[in-house]
Design a protein around this ligand. Structure first.
Ligand code: MCN
Length: 800
């Protein structure tokens, strides 16, 4: 079903929440009116280019900048030594900090310019500033770096083997951390008691984010006031401000970070990278604006990668097919340095989701983080949760096969039952609410499942191979209860903050500390605020993404904005209503307790003709001629909202594919997505988020994968070599939803921004292995390229 957009003028204020109104941000985006970072042009602006390592691992013997310095237009060339000079801004050590600590973490130095050693191809060695962008790029090419090449390692298992070259003096055997969750003994006992077991070995490959807009920054230092403005592609300007201020030693209150329009992030623009920080440093050094925009090749080489797991997992069942234990061992590739949130991704965002939608009485997860010579690996759409769901849902297929049971029915019998919520898993989280059978039932209907199995049989007789794959995913989002996040290692609170302000004319501006970059917040937040205040949707404006305008904020990632940012807006709006109620009561000469508020009107209970609208109250609050005693003028409120728990969206995705065993081609016949994200603020936006996520999941399942050679040289460094799906590769989707509100926030919402990408890959892999069952193919690594599919069929034919 495709949801039709609605014109907001056709929706009454009372119905605005939950309406599929069209996104208000689109006209500017599609007419070219929107301003992105690279559109910013400032007087006297210089341009920065970065000299990057050609090698995956090398000692730097010498950096000769003389030729570059003499070139036309070059303002300066700087290396690590220049950072720490007396006459340049800031103080050593100029290391990028890690925002999430684990007890066993080897928190190695991550200098913003290489300090004698480079550890991945693309590691920054020097920067060149010139009058024109092309001059900076040419001069960067003329910087002569002499290297002593070192052995590189890109695979986490090899890195941890004890035979690989160590990347960091302080990280023995390249171990970044060693972490476990659950109960090892209880799980071992479950395996001893098991009547059946199944296991799997799999790789969740490294993927490269592909935002439409490459990372970019413009920094503008004002020496007269010591103010430093940084416009950048950020998902979290306040966090970037905090981290940047520490690295370059600029006071936080004199640093403004603003995110203009950001052309997609998917997690890749949360992290604190060297480049944007170096732009700020250069602007301070040179007292003039400086711009840097990554080339597409630079984004391939330096954007934080996603995934990168090697996993062995096994599952134990009793005689009836009830799952009684799950054991997982994962080696996670963390790349050359710890990126901002990297330690959290393969641990707390992964291990805590290993129960999936299932009631599993014993679970043990063990993860070893490995340093390797690839770019740092961090959160990328889904982050940790796609990897967990992939392991669990691939295993559930193996287990159903082992039990000789239908994969849908096997899942159903193991679902956490409705009456068990809130459900405490064996891996440290409490699921808020869930009704797992509903999306499964809906998906089976949409698939016409019974009929499909008949068709599959008939097709096989004709030599055609159809398969169906399920993915009953769960995710944790709405990051995060700050106290819990702190106990787990977060170096920041994960609340969200907002300000709701009535203007004297009765219109409203709402400011929120999240920072949307494609998710439609200007629309959905305005729906939330208009609903709370009972004013017209068009009377509400939303402001995000600027540390000078918004008092505080933690940003947009972890599908947290609706659940945490949206709830903060509700909290602020309700404070505004409370104050307005007192002013209204004063005007109506009534007790505030006798005044009710509905659809923007304050009325005396029992005397409905005596009323005043909230917009008139706002006017009164600013005129301030006749206010309740001791009340300050004005009508606005700020709040910090700290959630009680994560929210746990869930659903069933399923794919039907046809595989040609002769060519390895995979074709979609159907893709079904049934998602439960709690109450929906805007069903059209929810649907769009699911579409985008599934497209990324299709990409990972079939096309994408970062490849490095043994020296750590990126082999998939352009769109020629790294395939992202085109529109024609993304299947037509049948989407539907069920609604199980979260009890933990005032909107009853759960996140949606990552659902599709978490759900899709295993639905597709399960479908392909189902299709190839007659050939005995039970696993194919992603991306399932035609060659890999063909080889899997060929290998099993040869084995016969
Ligand atoms: N929404 C809703 N009803 C719900 C839940 C959400 O109407 N029950 C709406 C929200 O109000 C918001 C949108 O759906 O407009 C996404 O909300 P949410 O799930 O809270 O996610 P965030 O806004 O926090 O966005 C982050 C999420 C993540 S983590 C990644 S990665 C991702 C994603 O969003 N990156 C994106 N979607 C993206 N979409 C675009 N276009 N670009 C990206 O970089």
């Amino acid at each position: 079903m495709t949801i039709e957009s609605v014109d907001p003028d056709d929706v009454t204020a009372a119905d605005i929440l939950g309406s599929a109104i069209e996104r208000r941000e689109d006209p500017a985006l599609i007419t070219g009116d929107a301003e992105y970072t690279d559109d910013i042009q400032l007087a006297d602006m210089a341009h920065m280019s970065v000299v990057r390592s050609q090698y995956g691992h090398a000692r730097i013997e010498d950096v000769d900048t003389s030729e570059a310095e003499a070139m036309d237009g070059v303002v300066g060339v700087y290396t690590h030594d220049d950072l720490a000079r007396e006459d340049t801004p800031g103080e050593a050590p100029f290391n990028l900090p890690v925002g999430w600590l684990l007890p066993s973490l080897n928190d190695v130095d991550h200098p913003i310019l290489a300090d004698g050693k480079v550890r991945y191809q693309g590691d920054a060695i020097a920067i060149v500033v010139a009058e024109q962008r092309y001059q900076a790029a040419d001069a960067a090419g003329a910087v002569d770096v002499s290297y002593e090449r070192l052995d590189a390692v890109t695979d986490p298992d090899e890195a941890l083997s004890g035979d690989a070259r160590q990347l960091h003096a302080d990280a023995d055997d390249n171990v970044a951390f060693d972490w476990e969750i659950g109960d090892a003994e209880k799980t071992a006992a479950a395996f001893e008691d098991a009547s059946h077991t199944a296991s799997i070995e799999l790789t969740n490959q490294l993927v490269i984010p592909n935002a439409m807009e490459p990372r970019a920054a413009v920094a503008d230092y004002h020496p007269g006031t010591d103010e430093l403005e940084v416009f950048m592609t950020s998902q979290n300007p306040h966090l970037h401000r905090l981290l940047m201020s520490g690295v370059i030693g600029h006071p936080e209150h004199k640093l403004r970070v603003k995110a203009p329009e950001v052309g997609g992030g998917f997690g890749s623009k949360i992290h604190h990278y060297a480049d944007e920080t170096l732009v700020a440093w250069c602007s301070k050094l040179l007292d003039r604006p400086v711009k840097w925009t990554a080339t597409r090749s630079e984004t391939y080489q330096t954007d934080a990668l996603g995934r990168g797991h090697e996993t062995e997992a096994e599952i134990a069942m009793d005689d009836d097919g009830d799952v009684i234990g799950l054991r997982v061992d994962t080696r996670a590739n963390l790349g050359a340095y710890l990126s901002t949130f990297a330690p959290a991704v393969p641990t707390y965002l992964y291990g805590t989701l290993l129960s999936g939608q299932y009631d599993i009485p014993a679970i043990h997860g063990h993860v070893t983080g490995a340093f390797t010579n690839v770019p740092p690996v961090d959160a990328y759409r889904g982050a940790g949760r796609p990897e967990a769901s992939f392991v669990v849902e691939r295993l559930m297929n193996r287990a159903a096969h082992e039990m000789g049971m239908d994969p849908a029915e096997f899942r159903r019998r193991n679902f956490v039952p409705d009456e068990a919520f809130p459900y405490e898993t064996q891996v440290a989280v409490v699921y808020d609410s869930g009704e797992y059978e509903k999306p499964m039932d809906e998906a089976l209907d949409l698939l016409d499942y019974e009929d499909f199995r008949d068709r599959q049989k008939e097709a096989r007789e004709e030599g055609r191979y159809l398969g169906v794959g399920f993915s009953c995913y769960i995710e944790a989002c709405g990051l995060a209860p700050s106290e819990l996040a702190g106990q787990l290692g977060a170096q920041a609170g994960l609340w969200e903050s907002s300000l709701v302000r009535f203007h004297p004319s009765g219109t409203v501006t709402a400011f929120c500390g999240t920072s949307g970059h494609g998710q439609g917040h200007a629309t959905t937040y305005a729906q939330i605020v208009a609903n709370e205040l009972g004013v017209d949707y068009d009377d509400v404006e939303i402001v995000e993404g600027d540390t000078d305008e918004i008092p505080h904020g933690m940003g947009t990632y972890g599908s947290r904005s609706a659940a945490v940012g949206g709830s903060s807006l509700v909290k602020s709006a309700r404070k505004v209503v409370d104050k307005a109620r007192e002013i209204a009561a004063h005007s109506l000469e009534a007790d505030p307790d006798d005044v009710e508020f509905e659809n923007g009107e304050f009325r005396i209970v029992g005397a409905p003709d005596r009323s005043i609208g909230i917009q008139s109250v706002a006017e009164q609050a600013y005129l301030a001629h006749d206010m309740p005693d001791d009340m300050e003028p004005g009508l606005e409120a700020t709040s910090f909202y700290d959630p009680d728990n994560f929210v746990f969206p869930f659903g069933t995705h399923a794919a039907i594919v046809e595989v040609d065993p002769e060519t390895g081609e995979i074709e979609f016949e159907k893709y079904v997505a049934v998602d439960d994200v709690g109450n929906q603020i805007n069903p059209k936006i929810v649907e769009g988020q699911i579409h985008g996520g599934v497209a990324q999941g299709v990409g990972q399942a079939l096309y994408e994968g970062a490849e490095y050679d043994d020296n750590g040289t990126l082999l998939t460094g352009s769109m020629q070599d790294y395939a992202v799906p085109k529109a024609e590769h993304v299947p037509e989707m049948d989407t539907a939803s069920t609604v199980t509100p979260s009890p933990h926030n005032p909107l009853g919402v759960k996140g949606v921004g990552e659902a599709g990408t978490i759900a899709a890959p295993q639905a597709i892999v399960n479908a392909v292995t189902d299709a190839l069952e007659p050939f005995g193919v039970d696993h194919i690594e992603m991306p399932m390229t035609p060659e890999r599919v063909w080889r899997a069929v060929d290998a099993s034919a040869t084995a016969d």
